[in-house]
Design a protein around this ligand. Structure first.
Ligand SMILES: Nc1nc2c(c(=O)[nH]1)N[C@H]1C(S)=C(S)[C@@H](COP(=O)(O)O)O[C@H]1N2
Ligand SMILES: [Mo]
Length: 326
C-alpha cells in the first residue's frame, strides 16, 4: 500500500490505494491509535473525511456468490479509483465529473422495457431484475478505448438468462441498449458531444455469450450512480464504451443498431469494437494500456491482450476480417 505523509507528519493511507477491506482494517488500527492518544484532533478530522470519501456513497449491500469461472487473477482496482475515474458523458466529459455530479441520478424506482423481435415483451423493475437469476460476483478486466484499464468485481448474471425468458423470434439478430437521457437528472445531456440517448448494441450471439453480464452491482454493493446505476451491461472483451450504463430499454432488432459512438465518429469507433492490440485507433496505438492504480500514471506498462484476454470469444468472429469489422 502506498503511504502518503500528511502535513501533521502522520502516515495515512492514500485513499486511492484503499480497498474496502483495507478501509475496514485501517479503521480498526486507527481506533486503537486514537485510544492510545497518538492521533491528534486535526488528523482525526482528516481521517474521517478521507474515510467518508473512500466509503461507498450508496452503501447498500448486495449479496452474490463468487463465480470462479469468471474471476481474472489480476489485482482488483481500488474501489476509490473505480468510482472516481469514470466515463459517463451524461454527467460531463471530465473523468471526475460523474463522481461529483451523478448524485442527482435517481436509480429507484426504475424500469427497463424489453421489446422488439421477441415473443414475450415485458417491463421489469429493479427488484424483478434482481430476482430474475442468481446473482454472481465476477472479476473482469475492463479496457477503455482511450488506453487505460481497470479490474472490477461486478455483480450480476449472464444477460443470456434474461434473453431466454423473453424468447427472441426468428428475426432477432441484434440487441440494442438505450441509456436514460433525462436533462433533470443528467447535466451532461445539455451538451452536444453525443446524440442522446446513449445507445449501444451487440450481435445476438455476442449478447448470448455467458461472459456478457447484466450488471446490478460491484464491490459487494448496488452499482454507484457514476458506474451506471441501477443496471448496465458489461462486455469485457470489448472496449468499455460498449458497456452501456443506466439502461432503460433493451430492444431486439433485425438490423444492426445505430450506436452513439459509431454515429459520432464511424471511422474511429466501429460497431464491434473488440479489444484488439493489432488494430490501432486512427489517433493512437491500442497495443498497450495503463492499469489505473498502478505506478506510472502516464505510461502504458501493460500489453493489451487480444479480446482483452477473453480468448474464448474468438469463435464468434471466425472468418471475419477484424480490421474491417473493427
Ligand atoms: N450511458 C453511458 N454508458 C457508458 C458511457 C457513457 O458515457 N454513457 N461511457 C462508456 C465508457 S467510454 C466506459 S470506459 C465505461 C466506463 O465504465 P466505469 O465508469 O464503470 O468504469 O462505461 C461506458 N458506458
Ligand atoms: Mo471508454
Amino acid at each position: 500500500m502506498l503511504i502518503k505523509r500528511n502535513p501533521n507528519g502522520i502516515d495515512l493511507p492514500y485513499p486511492s490505494e484503499i480497498t474496502p477491506r483495507a478501509v475496514f482494517e485501517s479503521r480498526r488500527s486507527f481506533v486503537k491509535q486514537v485510544a492510545r492518544g497518538s492521533i491528534a484532533g486535526s488528523a482525526l478530522f482528516e481521517m474521517a473525511g478521507r474515510e467518508a470519501f473512500a466509503q461507498p456513497a450508496s452503501g447498500q449491500k448486495l449479496a452474490a456468490k463468487v463465480n470462479n469461472a469468471y474471476v481474472v487473477m489480476d489485482k482488483p482496482t481500488a474501489y476509490k479509483d473505480a468510482t472516481s475515474y469514470n466515463n459517463f458523458y451524461e454527467f460531463g466529459t471530465d473523468k471526475a465529473d460523474p463522481a461529483h455530479l451523478a448524485s442527482t441520478l435517481k436509480p429507484r424506482p426504475w424500469t427497463v422495457s424489453i421489446e422488439g423481435e421477441i415473443k414475450k415483451p415485458l417491463t421489469l423493475d429493479i427488484d424483478s431484475l434482481l430476482k430474475l437469476a442468481p446473482l454472481e460476483e465476477r472479476v473482469y478486466r475492463l479496457r477503455c478505448v482511450e488506453g487505460w484499464s481497470m479490474v472490477i468485481p461486478w455483480i450480476g448474471y449472464s444477460l443470456a438468462e434474461l434473453i431466454r425468458k423473453v424468447e427472441p423470434n426468428g428475426n432477432a439478430k441484434y440487441i440494442e441498449f438505450t441509456s436514460l437521457a433525462d436533462k433533470k437528472q443528467m447535466p451532461g445531456i445539455g451538451s452536444r458531444v453525443l446524440d442522446w440517448p446513449y445507445v449501444e448494441g451487440l450481435r445476438l450471439d455476442e449478447a448470448m455469450h455467458p461472459l456478457t453480464l447484466l450488471t446490478l452491482g460491484m464491490y459487494g454493493e448496488v452499482l454507484p450512480n457514476q458506474n451506471g446505476a441501477p443496471v448496465r451491461v458489461v462486455v469485457p472483451w470489448k472496449y468499455g464504451f460498449k458497456s452501456a450504463k443506466s439502461i432503460v430499454k433493451i430492444r431486439f432488432t433485425r438490423d444492426q443498431p445505430k450506436t452513439a459512438w459509431n454515429l459520432a465518429a464511424p471511422q474511429e469507433y466501429g460497431f464491434y469494437s473488440n479489444v484488439n492490440p493489432e488494430v490501432d485507433h486512427p489517433r493512437w496505438s491500442q497495443a498497450s494500456e495503463r492499469r489505473i492504480g498502478e505506478d506510472g500514471f502516464f505510461t502504458r506498462k501493460r500489453k493489451t491482450l487480444m479480446f482483452n484476454g477473453y480468448s474464448e470469444v474468438a469463435s464468434l468472429y471466425a472468418g471475419m476480417d477484424l480490421r474491417k469489422f473493427f
